[in-house]
Design a protein around this ligand. Structure first.
Ligand code: CTP
Ligand code: CA
Length: 225
């Protein structure tokens, strides 16, 4: 993948990207899921490969074609994504968590279809918290100097929420999207603000998801030793 004018500034690097949205099964016919299409994560994978990186893409239920030259690992649940991520980051220079991870999963999987019961209004589903993969990868870096990047979809006070989330997660960069009103999910364009733990604040105007991906890699390359 040669691209005019762009350096192969990720040559010799291994980057790990999660994409899509996890699904948490309830019973054989139902799951808890979200609207993430996987397009931003796939754009990150394709652009990193074009810049010379070895790329591992952890794809959660995205229905997009595997990008050329990228090692794709298909997962479904948050627990499967965590397991695949912990393994993939062992020799990674950077990891970008673009996937929408379910915060909760059903406490148990029903092997038969869950039925409602006449006269019982209480929903028969109990949820438990999923592990926070991004926080875990940030707290226990698999390698010294490994760069960890998160995403945040926010409404209301987008920047204040983003700054608070960056501090809470402990990652190096947070890509903050404003969502709602048809923004981001499933679209081919995306606008964002990149917040750095070092205080950086880079506004990326609405444009193709590949353009945002390239800006994210610019910030990653600038911070890699
Ligand atoms: N993330 C993760 N594991 C989770 C939840 C989220 O790794 N269990 C990652 C996402 O991949 C994303 C970042 O954390 O990179 C932020 O996700 P978000 O849902 O915005 O953060 P939460 O901490 O779950 O906050 P909220 O309560 O706003 O949903
Ligand atoms: Ca969440």
């Amino acid at each position: 993948l040669a691209r005019g004018g762009l350096e192969r500034d990720l040559a010799g690097r291994h980057v790990v990207i999660s994409a899509g949205g996890t699904r948490e099964p309830l019973d054989p016919v139902r799951f808890l899921g979200n609207h993430s299409s996987g397009k931003q994560g796939y754009a990150l994978a394709a652009t990193a490969a074009a810049r010379g990186a070895r790329v591992t893409l952890l794809s959660a239920n995205a229905t997009l074609p595997d990008p050329a030259g990228v090692d794709v690992v298909h997962v479904s649940t948050a627990l499967q994504l965590r397991e695949a991520a912990l393994k993939a980051v062992l020799d990674a220079d950077a990891v970008v968590m673009a996937a929408a991870v379910a915060d909760f999963r059903p406490a148990e999987y029903a092997t038969g279809k869950i039925k409602k019961v006449d006269g019982v209004d209480q929903p028969p589903i109990t949820l438990v918290r999923n592990p926070d993969i991004l926080a875990e990868l940030s707290a226990d870096r698999a390698r010294p100097g490994q760069l960890v990047v998160g995403f945040a979809a926010e409404t209301d006070d987008v920047l204040a929420n983003g700054r608070a989330k960056l501090a809470r997660k402990g990652c190096d960069l947070l890509v903050v999207n404003e969502v709602g009103g048809g923004k981001a999910f499933g679209q081919d364009t995306n606008a964002a603000v990149l917040l750095g733990a070092d205080g950086a604040e880079v506004a990326v105007p609405d444009g193709p998801k590949e353009a945002l991906a390239d800006r994210i890699w610019d910030e990653v390359v600038a911070r890699l030793g």
